[in-house]
Design a protein around this ligand. Sequence first.
Ligand SMILES: Cc1cn([C@H]2C[C@H](O)[C@@H](COP(=O)(O)OP(=O)(O)O[C@H]3O[C@@H](C)C(=O)[C@@H](O)[C@H]3O)O2)c(=O)[nH]c1=O
Length: 178
Amino acid sequence: MELKSTSLDGCFEVKLRSFEDHRGSLTKVFHQPTFADLNLPLSFPEEYFSISQKGVVRGLHFQVPPSSHAKSVTCISGSIFDVAVDLRKNSPTFGKHYTTVIDSRQPKLLFIPEGFAHGFMALEDHTIFLNRSTSVYDPECDAGIKWDSCGIIWPDIPPIVSEKDQNMPLLSMFNSPF
Ligand SMILES: Cc1cn([C@H]2C[C@H](O)[C@@H](COP(=O)(O)OP(=O)(O)O[C@H]3O[C@@H](C)C(=O)[C@@H](O)[C@H]3O)O2)c(=O)[nH]c1=O
């Protein structure tokens, strides 16, 4: 695993190691000693995957205090256009975003610290997104900002968005608790 900085302080890409042979491949998404060496969190009490068809947009999500958390996200089938938005009021990059394509065929993680919103668009049918969070899901603290309110240039694919996400507040109207 190899850490790469992004334009947002504290948000990292982590290149994953794959072992390939005639059967296929094996890729590690978590290795505790390596995460410790890279100064990344070691405890991820909730982990899940979602399956999306091409064009599905999920986000931009986060949990507010006292249940805010960091995330380690990746794509294990298909590919995603992944986005992190800095919501830390005192950050020089407040309101700015980082985007990257995560392709399951060239696997990498995006590590998103507390104080960020996260979202993605699935670029292929049957895309599988894998998320690990440093605290469990807390519906009381589950929050978001509208996916198209942050100046992100999304891929030119008709977006499929849930009603919940379509009704999220605009970034400009959002009073960040971070
Ligand atoms: C996010 C989440 C949802 N759920 C439940 C609540 C709900 O009934 C159902 C679907 O939830 P959502 O519509 O919020 O799922 P989804 O839109 O896929 O939410 C995810 O979006 C991406 C962008 C992220 O960054 C993730 O952290 C997460 O917020 O799953 C959990 O039990 N645990 C969780 O961690």
